[in-house]
Design a protein around this ligand. Structure first.
Ligand SMILES: C[S@@+](CC[C@H](N)C(=O)[O-])C[C@H]1O[C@@H](n2cnc3c(N)ncnc32)[C@H](O)[C@@H]1O
Length: 356
C-alpha cells in the first residue's frame, strides 16, 4: 500500500507540474493571441488607411485628367480664336487692327512695332518659304530696303543664315537698331548681320553672291523697279530665290499710305495729288523714318500685273504667289478702276532666276 500511496503522490506531483506547465503555456498562448489580435487590428487599420489613400489618389488622378482635358480644350479654343482673328485680319473683316503682314493701319507703340517686325513679319517670311520647303538657315541672304533693320534682326537671329546683309538707299543705322534690340532684351546685334547703303538702281554686291534675296514692303516705293529687279537677279546665285512682299498696291484701299492721316476709303484716289501733298506737309509717314509727303510721292503706282511683267523682264520667274485682299466698299467715283487693282491689296511672291 505504501508503494501505491507513494506512486499516487508522485503522480499527483507530476500532474500538478503538468497543470502548472499547461497553465503557463495557456498564458503564453493567450498573450500571443492578444498580440495577434492587436496586430490584426493594426493591419486592418493600415489596410483601411491604404484604401483611403488609394481612393484619394484615384480622385486626384481623375481631377488631373479633368484639368488636362480642360487645358487641352482651352488651348484648342485659343488656337482656333487666334486663327480666326488672323484670318479675319487678313480678310479685312477686322478693321480696327492692321493686317500684320501689311505693315499696319494704325500708329504702333515701339513695342508693337518691334513685335510686328521682329516676330510677325519675319514669321511671314519664314513660313512662306517653309511652305516651299525653303529656309535661310546657313545661307547668304540680302534684304533690299532694310528700313530700321528690325525684320533683318529677326531673320538674322531666328532664321540662322550664314550672312545677312540689309541694303537700303536710306541706310539702316546699326546703333539705333542695337538700342531698339537692347530694349527688347537682345544685348548685341548678331555677328552674321550687317547693313550697307545702296542706290535707287544698284546694289553694291558681286554677281551671284547671295543664295536668297528678301524684300518686304519696299517695292511700291522703288523708283526704278526694273533696274532693281535686274540687280536682284544679278546678285542671286542661279540656284537662289527671291521672296518679295508688297503691300499696299497703289490702287487698293490703303494704297496711298494715308491711313494715319486720312483713314481708309481710297482717299488718295478721290483727292487731287497737290491737295493731298499739301495736307501731308509736316506730318510723319507710316514709315517713321520718312515725312508723309515724301512717302506719298515715292509711290510708283505699280499694279500686280506690271510687277509680274517687270520680274519676267528682269529674268525672275514667279513660282509661288499669295494674294492679300480685304473686303472694301468701293466709292461710286472709282467704279472705272479695274476691280483686280482695287481688290488686290498686296502680294507675297517667290521667284527664281529664269535660265539665261
Ligand atoms: C516702308 S520701308 C520698309 C522697310 C522694311 N522693309 C520694313 O518693312 O520695316 C521701305 C524702305 O525701302 C527703301 N527703299 C526704297 N527704294 C529702295 C531701293 N531702290 N533700294 C533699296 N531700298 C529702297 C526705303 O528707303 C525704305 O527704308
Amino acid at each position: 500500500m505504501g508503494g501505491f500511496g507513494e506512486w499516487i503522490k508522485r503522480k499527483r506531483f507530476a500532474t500538478a507540474g503538468h497543470i502548472g506547465m499547461l497553465e503557463g503555456r495557456l498564458k503564453d498562448i493567450s498573450g500571443l493571441l492578444q498580440e495577434t489580435q492587436q496586430s490584426v487590428a493594426e493591419t486592418q487599420q493600415s489596410v483601411a488607411e491604404i484604401r483611403q489613400s488609394v481612393a484619394e489618389i484615384r480622385q486626384s488622378v481623375a481631377e488631373t485628367q479633368q484639368s488636362v482635358a480642360e487645358t487641352q480644350q482651352s488651348v484648342a479654343n485659343t488656337r482656333e480664336a487666334a486663327q480666326y482673328i488672323r484670318r479675319s485680319v487678313e480678310l479685312g473683316t477686322i478693321t480696327t487692327g492692321p493686317p500684320i503682314q501689311t505693315g499696319g493701319v494704325g500708329r504702333k507703340t515701339p513695342e508693337q512695332w518691334f513685335d510686328a517686325h521682329y516676330w510677325e513679319a519675319a514669321d511671314h517670311v519664314l513660313s512662306f518659304l517653309a511652305a516651299s520647303e525653303l529656309g535661310i538657315g546657313g545661307l547668304e541672304v540680302a534684304d533690299i530696303g532694310s528700313g530700321d533693320g528690325i525684320i533683318d534682326l529677326g531673320l538674322a537671329i531666328r532664321g540662322e543664315p550664314a550672312r545677312f546683309v540689309g541694303y537700303d538707299i536710306s541706310p539702316t543705322d546699326p546703333d539705333h537698331l542695337a538700342h531698339i534690340a537692347k530694349a527688347a532684351g537682345i544685348d548685341t546685334l548678331p555677328a552674321n548681320l550687317r547693313f550697307v547703303e545702296s542706290t535707287i538702281d544698284s546694289i553694291p554686291a558681286a554677281d551671284e553672291s547671295f543664295d536668297a534675296v528678301v524684300t518686304w514692303s519696299v517695292f511700291e516705293h522703288v523708283s526704278e523697279p526694273l533696274a532693281m529687279l535686274k540687280e536682284i537677279r544679278r546678285i542671286l546665285r542661279p540656284t537662289g530665290y527671291l521672296m518679295l512682299q508688297l503691300w499696299p498696291f497703289y490702287y487698293s484701299d490703303h494704297g496711298g499710305h494715308l491711313w494715319l492721316s486720312h483713314g481708309g476709303g481710297f482717299p488718295h484716289l478721290l483727292t487731287p495729288d497737290d491737295e493731298l501733298v499739301t495736307s501731308l506737309k509736316g506730318k510723319t509717314g507710316t514709315d517713321e523714318r520718312r515725312p508723309a509727303d515724301d512717302e506719298y510721292l515715292s509711290l510708283n503706282r505699280l499694279t500686280l500685273n506690271e510687277l509680274g511683267e517687270l520680274m519676267l523682264s528682269a529674268g525672275l520667274k514667279v513660282v509661288r504667289a499669295e494674294l492679300m485682299s480685304e473686303t472694301v466698299n468701293i466709292p461710286r467715283e472709282l467704279t472705272d478702276t479695274p476691280l483686280a487693282d482695287q481688290l488686290i491689296s498686296g502680294v507675297k511672291l517667290l521667284a527664281v532666276p529664269s535660265q539665261p
